[in-house]
Design a protein around this ligand. Structure first.
Ligand code: CDP
Ligand code: MG
Length: 696
């Protein structure tokens, strides 16, 4: 088939120089008419995995047949035997082979839930919720009955729950109250390769709990560590146990690399999609890996626009998004089958890499990037940025094309570029701000320096975390650091220590109600709808919430108006606001209020904006930036040069001398998002310990 016609993904090959918006003509170019492009994008085909026999589960197959068709089913006895002989077992097998949905059921049926629950951790809430639903369905029970889930701010379990899916964050918080995890008879640590900080901490905590329970004769804690791709040797040494590799079933996937480096991968992806759309039958669904919500929504919009005016005579396509912040219903939409003549195109983050299986995918387009939090211990700030994926991730993404039939994976990067990718993703503990982790551990009376890490975080980062926590008043540093009563209260909130500090000091500034609302709305991303056809209308609608004081007050205005409205759905629609985000924020607020009440915090309220902003400084004193003559801002921690994000209400117009920001984003440029104006006097008054304020 391919690829003599497969064309340039490079922006300048088919369009006018520097043109970014696609014209119709441009689209024809994209659809393969431009002769220049043909020779340029030719993708090279590499390594074909050996085809393996496959059992297909048709839509009509009964659940039982489906279960029996899964690779883990054949290994059931082996898994149970291993677990009987050992406390810990490592299981590695392909995505989609039944680890997450089946292994908990095996354990249940083998009687492991008699003396406690079976807990299965997931790095993401979406995954925890969708798999819980799936398993409840398979067991023909309601969600929250035998099978339930608990994620941050949402608990769907009952006394009868035996199989409980939960995020690793939730289990970690439980361990603060119950170090030995006595509620559980077995814990499955799923998606171990993701190596989130929480998962890494849990590895150490379950290991310790197993030891203690054995010592105190409290009943064994069985631990199963599962993944599609993990370093079995490394884990095996750490847990002192054996690994099992279960043979999976996959079809061969043809891999195509870009012939030339692509300077605009989103464009490359778009071109590739329409190439696929033009040349393959409509039942070949396409999964596209991108980095985040904004990119996904903007590309989805472009694809829909282009598909509408598509005159090439190809069939229709339907576009779905899949990312963590999406509402559950929206997330579940992409699992539904589309009519035979309509191609399903799913734009996903790395959420679709291993934790979620979407049936029917025959083509994968991989942009080659992932959004990652990383941290520089010199400045103490977590930066969210797009980075290259690892080789392991590239192969996982590729594998998604071969679940149901032979497929193709298009990589928007060259073979040579891929050679320079790291072999595996670096564990989060090695690259993110360890402040929250250090505090969590201290709440467990564990000093980070003595914790049994699978991979120990860099000392420099730990030192700066101790310093931050000391400044926040969460710990008392010394030769041995101790958590303070304030620090103990901070870990009661499932939030970053900075946000917890805000809530714990807000009463003394008289603005508890406002901070509760603000923190809630800050935990739910993307309140404003953008990337619509009607950007001007949207801006106009958003303008009425704008506060000259900055984005925090603007967000607060939105939230306050939202909770007052009687018809939230219509209101959000009319005002170009995200109903899901605001509803989520309202739920979060309810929960944070409950915790605050339990801690006897006074729920006072003020309309003194100065007090409110002073209060913000209490948590975010590391996030101050000072205007420079050249229009850039320089941050107090780390001297990072950055600009105010274009989405900010303070963008472009008058530039305040001193600002406070709650997020720093790095794309080609570095931006400060969610910004408020502050004054140097307040810094001196509220957080006098902040030194090294850059000069103007
Ligand atoms: O965890 P692992 O990737 O090994 O597989 P799983 O999530 O347990 O999924 C096993 C199979 O169940 C998948 O291949 C899907 O066919 C099916 N499944 C589904 O149809 N719907 C879900 N929400 C989850 C799984
Ligand atoms: Mg899984």
């Amino acid at each position: 088939m391919m690829d003599s016609k497969y064309l340039a993904t490079s922006k300048n090959d088919s369009g006018g120089p520097g043109s970014v918006n696609f014209s119709i003509k441009r689209k024809h170019d994209m659809l393969g008419i431009s002769p220049v492009s043909e020779k340029k994008l030719h993708m090279t085909q590499i390594k074909q995995p050996v085809p393996l026999p496959v059992l297909l589960t048709s839509k009509r197959t009964t659940i039982e047949q489906h279960q029996k068709s899964l690779p883990v089913y054949n290994c059931r006895q082996r898994i149970l035997r291993e677990l009987e002989l050992n406390d810990t077992v490592l299981i590695m097998s392909e995505t989609g082979s039944g680890k997450t949905t089946q292994i908990p059921q095996f354990l249940l049926h083998a009687g492991y839930a008699k003396n406690g629950m079976i807990g299965i951790t997931q790095p993401r809430r979406v995954a925890a919720i969708t798999v819980a639903k799936r398993v409840a369905q398979e067991m023909s029970g309601g969600l929250g009955d035998t099978v339930g889930y608990t994620v941050r701010f949402e608990d769907v379990t009952s006394k009868r729950t035996k199989i409980r899916f939960l995020t690793d964050g939730v289990l970690l918080r439980e361990s603060i109250k119950d170090r030995l995890l006595l509620k559980y008879s077995a814990i499955i640590l799923d998606e171990a390769h993701e190596r989130t900080v929480n998962a890494d901490l849990l590895f150490g905590i379950v290991k310790e709990a197993q030891k203690e329970r054995r010592k105190q004769k409290l009943g064994s804690l069985k631990v199963v560590v599962t993944s599609a791709t993990m370093d079995i040797d490394h884990f095996g040494k750490y847990f002192n146990c054996k690994g099992m590799y279960l043979e999976g079933r996959t079809y061969p996937v043809r891999v195509m690399h870009a012939k030339e480096e692509q300077d605009d991968y989103v464009h490359a992806v778009l071109v590739t999609l329409f190439h696929i759309h033009r040349t393959t039958p409509p039942n070949h669904d396409v999964l596209i890996f991108l980095t985040g919500q904004e990119e996904i929504e903007s590309l989805a919009h472009q694809i829909r626009q282009l598909a509408k005016v598509d005159v090439s005579g190809t069939s229709d396509l339907r576009v779905y998004s899949l990312y963590a912040q999406l509402s559950q219903n929206k997330q579940l939409e992409c699992f539904l089958p589309t009519p035979a003549n309509i191609r399903k195109v799913i734009l996903a983050t790395n959420i679709a890499e291993t934790s979620i299986t979407i049936p029917g995918i025959r083509c994968v387009i991989d942009c080659g990037f992932v959004k990652e939090k990383s941290f520089n211990s010199a400045d103490g700030l977590d930066v969210l940025k797009s980075v290259r994926i690892s080789k392991a991730q590239a192969w996982q993404r590729t594998g998604r094309a071969g679940r149901d039939a032979a497929g193709t994976c298009y990589r928007a990067y060259t073979k040579k570029q891929m050679d320079s990718f790291a072999d595996a993703t670096q564990p989060e503990v090695l690259r993110t701000n360890p402040t929250a982790m250090v505090l969590q551990l201290l709440a467990l009376d564990i000093d980070c320096n003595n914790f049994d890490f699978l991979d120990a975080p860099p000392e420099e980062g730990l030192r700066s975390a101790y310093k931050s926590l000391d400044a926040l008043g969460a710990i008392k540093s010394g030769s041995v650091s101790h958590i303070t009563p304030l620090g103990r209260q901070m870990v009661m909130f499932p939030l970053d220590p900075k946000y917890a500090k805000l809530l714990l000091t807000a009463s003394s500034f008289g603005c508890m109600e406002e901070i509760l609302s603000l923190v809630s709305v800050l935990t739910s991303d993307h309140v404003f709808v953008s990337n619509t056809d009607k950007n001007e209308m949207a801006s106009l609608a958003h303008a009425k919430f704008q506060s000259k004081h900055g984005d925090h007050l603007t967000l607060l205005n939105v939230f306050n108006a939202f909770v007052k409205t009687e018809k939230p759905k219509v209101w959000c629609h009319d005002n170009y606001l995200n109903l899901r985000s605001l509803t989520y924020a309202r739920n979060v607020r309810r929960q944070l209020t409950e915790i605050s009440e339990r801690l006897d915090l006074v729920l006072n309220s003020t309309d003194d904006i100065e007090m409110l902003k002073k209060c913000l400084l209490n948590g975010f004193f590391e996030n101050i930036a000072v205007l420079q003559r050249d229009g850039f801002y320089v941050t107090v921690s780390g001297n990072i040069r950055a600009k105010i994000h274009p989405s900010s209400v303070l963008h472009g117009k008058y530039k305040p001398s001193y600002i406070l920001f709650t997020e720093i984003v790095q794309t080609e440029q570095t931006f400060l998002r969610q910004v408020s104006e502050i004054s140097i006097e307040w810094i001196k008054e509220v957080v006098p310990f902040v030194k090294n304020i850059p000069t103007r």
